[in-house]
Design a protein around this ligand. Structure first.
Ligand code: HEM
Length: 453
C-alpha cells in the first residue's frame, strides 16, 4: 500500500479537494463564477478549511513559482484518481519520476512523429468512413464519444502498435462516470480485482473502475498490428526487462498504459470536440481550415511536415484550448515551506492552479470571450507572458504529449473538415461541467454530421 492509500485508510472516508472546489463553484455555470472570483479576490486566494488549507492561484507569476522556480517544494497530488492512472509517471515525483520518464522520452521526439503519421492517418480514415455512414442518416451523435474513440485509436495504433481491442463505447462511459469526480463526495479504500485501490464511495464508480482495469491487459494481449520494432510499448517493455531499472517492471508497463489511455485520449478528444463546437458557430473559420489544407497538401497524402505548415489550423486549436483548456486546473501538495503572495505555505497545503481563469483574464487578452485564432500568430504569441497560456502545464512536469496531440488534432481537423460539415444541435452556449477535465455537461455534445457538398 503506498503513502496515499495509507493516508486514505487512516482517514476512513475523506472529502476530496475536487468536492471542496465544487462548493466554490456551485453555480449552474461554474466557470464564469470562477473567473469573477479570481478577479474579485486576486491571484492567490487562501481558503482555510477545518482540516486543511487550499491556495487557489490564478496569476501567471505564481504559476511560474510553483511549477518552475520553487518546483522542489511542490509534489503531485491525485485525489481519488489513482485507479485511473495507477502509479504512472504523471502521478509520481522526484527520482522515481525521472527513472520512469526516461525510457519513454524517446517516443515523443519529432523523428517518431514522422513514423506515427501513417497510423494517425489510418485512424482518421476509419473515423471518416464511419462518419460517411452517419452522414447518410443525419442522426445526431455525441461528438465527444466520436472524438474519444478516434483519440484512443490513434494512441493504440501509433504508440502501442495495436488496433483498439476494447469496446470504446463501454470504456468511454466508464471513464466518464469515474472522472466526474465532483459527483464523488468521498473516496475510500476498496479491493478491486484483488488490489487495494482508492475509489469514490459510490457503486457506479467501482463498476467503472473494473472496466477500466481490464483495458491494459486487453491491449497487451492483442496481436501487434505491424510488429514494429520501436514503439512506446516496446520501449516500456525493454525498460521492464532491464535489471538496472528495477522500478520499471511489468506492473509499471500496465500503469503507464492506463495513463496514456486516459491522458492521451480524454484531453485530445475534448479539444477536438470543443473545436468543432466553435467551428459550428464560426463556419467561416472552418472554410479557412479547408482552404489551408487544399493549399498545403491538396490531394496528396499529408505528411508530418504538412502538419507544421498548417499554421492557421494549429492556431484554431490553440485558441480552442485557451477558451476551453481541457485541464482547467492543476493540483499540487506542498512538500516544503514557501511563500505565495505573502502567505506562508506549509507542507501538506494543497495548491490549485487555475489556467482557466488566466486564459479568460481581460488584463491579458483583449475581449477574452471572443474566439479569435489570430491571437496565436507567432509574433503575438511571443509578446505574451509564457505563463499566461498553460494548456499543457509548464516546467519539468509539462505534458509529454502536447506536441503529439497538436499533430493528431491538426490532422483530424484538416482531413475531416474536407469531407464533412458538422452542425451543433444543442443549446447555445453549450454548458460546461468542470470535472477533472473541462467537459460538456453530462459528457455529451450533440452534432449532426453532414456531407460537404
Ligand atoms: C490536448 C491534449 C492534451 C492536454 C490539454 C494535456 C494536458 C496536460 C497537462 C496540463 C499536464 C500537466 C499536469 C500537471 O502538471 O499536473 C499533462 C501531463 C501529461 N500528459 Fe498531457 N495533455 C494532452 C495530451 C496528451 C497526450 C496525447 C499524451 C500522450 C500520448 C499525454 C500524456 C501526458 C503525460 C504522460 C503527462 C505527465 C508528464 C509528467 O508528469 O512527466 N498528454 N498533460
Amino acid at each position: 500500500m503506498d503513502a496515499a492509500q495509507t493516508h486514505a485508510q487512516g482517514l476512513g472516508e475523506a472529502e476530496t479537494v475536487w468536492f471542496k472546489l465544487q462548493m466554490l463553484a456551485k453555480q449552474d455555470d461554474p466557470m464564469p463564477a470562477l473567473v469573477r472570483m479570481g478577479q474579485k479576490y486576486g491571484g492567490c486566494i487562501r481558503i482555510n478549511l477545518r482540516d486543511e488549507r487550499i491556495f487557489f492561484l490564478s496569476d501567471p507569476e505564481l504559476f511560474k513559482q510553483v511549477l518552475v522556480k520553487r518546483y522542489d517544494c511542490y509534489g503531485k497530488y491525485f485525489d481519488g484518481l489513482r485507479p485511473i492512472f495507477g502509479n504512472s509517471m504523471i502521478t509520481v515525483d522526484g527520482a522515481l519520476w525521472q527513472k520512469i520518464r526516461m525510457p519513454q522520452q524517446a517516443a515523443f521526439q519529432p523523428k517518431m512523429y514522422t513514423e506515427y503519421m501513417p497510423y494517425l492517418l489510418a485512424s482518421v480514415n476509419e473515423r471518416s468512413d464511419r462518419w460517411a455512414e452517419l452522414a447518410k442518416t443525419g442522426e445526431p451523435v455525441n461528438l465527444l464519444e466520436e472524438t474519444w474513440s478516434l483519440a484512443a485509436n490513434m494512441i493504440c495504433k501509433a504508440l502501442f502498435d495495436r488496433d483498439v481491442p476494447f469496446n470504446p463505447h463501454l470504456i468511454f462511459s466508464a471513464v466518464k462516470s469515474y472522472t466526474d469526480v465532483l459527483n464523488h463526495k468521498k473516496v475510500r479504500l476498496k479491493k478491486v480485482k484483488g488490489e487495494w485501490t482508492e475509489v469514490p464511495s459510490d457503486d457506479d464508480a467501482a463498476t467503472a473502475i473494473g472496466h477500466w482495469l481490464s483495458v491494459p491487459p486487453m491491449v497487451l494481449g492483442a496481436d501487434p498490428r505491424d510488429y514494429r520494432e520501436r514503439t512506446l510499448l516496446t520501449m516500456m517493455r525493454e525498460a521492464a526487462a532491464d535489471p538496472s531499472v528495477p522500478e520499471f517492471d511489468e506492473r509499471q508497463v500496465m500503469d503507464e498504459m492506463k495513463q496514456y489511455l486516459w491522458a492521451g485520449t480524454e484531453t485530445t478528444a475534448l479539444t477536438l470536440t470543443w473545436c468543432f463546437y466553435l467551428l459550428s458557430l464560426y463556419p467561416e473559420v472552418a472554410d479557412r481550415i479547408r482552404a489551408e489544407g487544399e493549399a498545403v497538401y491538396g490531394d496528396r497524402v499529408p505528411t508530418f511536415e504538412d502538419m507544421q505548415a498548417l499554421t492557421y489550423t494549429r492556431a484554431v486549436l490553440q485558441e480552442t484550448m485557451r477558451l476551453y483548456p481541457p485541464i482547467w486546473s492543476l493540483i499540487r501538495q506542498a512538500t516544503g515551506e514557501d511563500e505565495l503572495d505573502g502567505n506562508k505555505v506549509e507542507p501538506g497545503d494543497k495548491i490549485v492552479l487555475c489556467p482557466y481563469i488566466v486564459h479568460h483574464d481581460p488584463r491579458i487578452w483583449d475581449e477574452p470571450e471572443k474566439f479569435d485564432p489570430g491571437r496565436f500568430e507567432p509574433e503575438k504569441a511571443r509578446a505574451r507572458d509564457k505563463y499566461a497560456y498553460l494548456p499543457f502545464g509548464a516546467g519539468k512536469r509539462a505534458c509529454v504529449g502536447g506536441a503529439l496531440s497538436l499533430i493528431e488534432n491538426t490532422l483530424a481537423l484538416t482531413q475531416l473538415l474536407r469531407r464533412f460539415r458538422l452542425e451543433y444541435v444543442g443549446p447555445v452556449p453549450a454548458q460546461i461541467a468542470a470535472t477533472v477535465t473541462l467537459t460538456p455537461k453530462g459528457g455529451k455534445l450533440p452534432f449532426r454530421i453532414l456531407p460537404l457538398s
